[in-house]
Design a protein around this ligand. Structure first.
Ligand code: 5GP
Ligand code: ZN
Length: 247
């Protein structure tokens, strides 16, 4: 690993200097800026020492982008700022003060004057609190990203097609009996939809198809209950039925 004995960020990576750490992985480290310009000002750095963007290799650049993207989501969910400024300085002329490649993530409030640096240190208790908050939010972001990766891209694309087909059926229905949630149309839709998936087939495709049908069953329950309440007496009493369109 490329490291420099006197670089402050290398010292943080090696655990020789303290920092309010938020997250770390194989290639990157995230911690609170000790001189925060705004509440929640966070740094994403490479574990390896690169002076700036010109020295950093593609693997490092990609890793910084990937981690920054997740930290951005965590900042948004934990702090809900008006805006988020993400920037990276190269060379003294650009304002760089620590010569170890890193990204700034700075939550911003509307109307606040723009600044890149301050020399006012953060309150340690607040930095620790923010680090904890962001770490928890980030854990959630990572869990969701992990779940999304478990769903193959092909299945995600297919869901778009399925959604279009279902919504088209809903919109084409002229009477309640043609609604895809009505018993006969539902069976007529579900049977062929699951025909390629014999019981016991646990492939991603078949699991996705079964989940899709289950979701529709859940969704149709409210619609069916409305039908029972409103059509038993052959009259509408509660206005429009619940929509069964998929967003
Ligand atoms: P640059 O000016 O190089 O883009 O950003 C360096 C940042 O690192 C500044 O925002 C500065 O406040 C921050 N910084 C400098 N020394 C330390 C330190 O020892 N610990 C932490 N957490 N941040 C530091
Ligand atoms: Zn360094």
């Amino acid at each position: 690993m490329a490291t420099r004995p006197d670089c402050i960020f290398c010292k943080i990576v090696r655990g020789e200097a303290p920092a309010h750490r938020v997250y770390e992985d194989e290639l990157t480290l995230v911690f609170m800026d000790i001189f925060p310009v705004t509440d929640g000002h966070t740094l994403v750095i490479t574990r390896d020492h690169f002076e700036n963007v010109f020295e950093a290799d593609e693997v490092a650049l990609t890793a910084i982008a990937r981690t920054s993207h997740k930290v951005a989501a965590a900042i948004r969910s934990a702090l809900a700022p008006d805006g988020l400024m993400i920037f990276q300085l190269n060379g003294q002329a650009a304002g760089q003060t620590v010569f170890h490649y890193h990204m700034h993530l700075m939550p911003r409030t509307s109307g606040e004057p723009l600044a890149l640096h301050t020399r006012v240190p953060g309150v340690p208790a607040r930095l620790a609190e923010l680090a904890g908050k962001l770490a928890r939010a980030l854990a959630l972001v990572l869990a969701v990203a992990h779940m999304a990766c478990l769903t193959p891209a092909s299945v995600r694309q297919e869901r778009e097609v399925w959604r279009g087909e279902w919504n088209a059926r809903v919109l084409a229905a002229k009477t309640a009996w043609e609604n895809p949630c009505a018993t006969r149309p539902f069976i007529a839709w579900a049977d062929p939809f699951l025909a390629s998936c014999p019981e016991g087939d646990e492939s991603a495709e078949c699991s996705a198809r079964r989940d899709w049908v289950e979701d529709r069953v859940d969704q149709c329950r409210a619609w069916t209950a409305w039908q029972l309440r409103n059509f038993n007496k052959h009259e509408r009493t509660e206005g429009e039925p619940p929509s069964v369109l998929i967003d």
